[in-house]
Ligand binder design. Sequence first.
Ligand SMILES: Nc1ncnc2c1ncn2[C@@H]1O[C@H](COP(=O)(O)OP(=O)(O)OP(=O)(O)O)[C@@H](O)[C@H]1O
Ligand SMILES: [Mg+2]
Length: 231
Amino acid sequence: MSVGVDVRVRGLSHDYMTSNGPLRVLDGVNVDVPAGGYAAITGASGAGKTTLLAVLGGLERAGKGRVEVGGQDITRLSGDELATYRRSTVGFVFQHFGLLDTLTAAENVELATTLAGTARGERRARAAELLAAVGLSERAGHRPTALSGGERQRVAIARALANCPRLLLADEPTGNLDGRSTARVIELLEEVRLEHGCTLVMVTHDAALASRAGHQLVLRAGRSGRTGHAA
Ligand SMILES: Nc1ncnc2c1ncn2[C@@H]1O[C@H](COP(=O)(O)OP(=O)(O)OP(=O)(O)O)[C@@H](O)[C@H]1O
Ligand SMILES: [Mg+2]
């Protein structure tokens, strides 16, 4: 059973280097999510939502500020420590899925557990269970190129859940799904959160979904603020 981590970000600023010099995309962002909490991040396209998730997930190094996950400031970790953090703590549902085209749906899900050192039989069973949970048992043997966009998205969700991460970061996980699949995916994420106590941070453009989260954060041109109240 995983136990969620609390997330506390203070004064996070981040620049991307471009040919025209540094481009500031996060500018003094603060985030607070308690362990086991559910936070929704909304904001216009280009506001910095994916960048914020990438920093939280240890994929992008913060330019400035503190990023504490489970009481540990991840901005201070070495490259190796950050790799361990990503593997042991974080589950990531990428906006563009990030599936490996040479592997089947089931192998994509299994790969995450291989890296975590889970035994083979258990890996298979876990992958099958998760693909069933996202309604894709019939497609387990398909490669991503032979799946629809929404199906790929659901494989990406199954993969992120494979190791029961303590921090689950989901970048528009329902962006390609119809109403019924959206409801199923949200139910699954909620179920995993409640069962394993993991912390969920989800980016969404869906205001109705965001309003159901206990904590809401809106990014406007790289600055954080709160919408509404806890659900
Ligand atoms: N590697 C990069 N190099 C330079 N600029 C970048 C890079 N990645 C993103 N950006 C810029 O940073 C800004 C924030 O990008 P980000 O992907 O975080 O936005 P977003 O809020 O997730 O948008 P969307 O809703 O469209 O997914 C954008 O203006 C984008 O063009
Ligand atoms: Mg994005």
